[in-house]
Design a protein around this ligand. Structure first.
Ligand SMILES: [Zn+2]
Length: 94
């Protein structure tokens, strides 16, 4: 696993110094959305999202899911099909 990370890091460094890889960006996305990252890391994630359409889409999806989960958790009467749909989406996440 260490070798793969090193390899990905090498590719990223070829293009631009300190550029975050998609793997890193996705790994930090939840912390970023929860505002748990320090300023430097948050900035790195933002920079990556600006240049990477894939991760940007991923973030929009995560944001949307967070909102949905929040709604479901806060509404006792949330329809069961919606809960099932969210649980399915979460468990089928690859
Ligand atoms: Zn990316």
């Amino acid at each position: 696993m260490k070798e793969i990370r090193w390899f990905l890091g090498t590719i990223a460094n070829d293009e631009e110094d300190l550029r975050m890889t998609c793997e890193e960006a996705v790994r930090k996305l939840h912390e970023y959305l929860d505002h748990e990252l320090d300023h430097a890391s948050a900035e790195q994630v933002e920079k990556h999202l600006e240049i990477c359409r894939t991760c940007c889409d991923h973030m929009e999806f995560e944001k949307h899911m967070k909102k949905l989960i929040h709604q479901v958790c806060c509404q006792q009467k949330a329809p069961a099909f919606l809960r099932d749909k969210i649980m399915n989406t979460l468990s089928s996440d690859d």
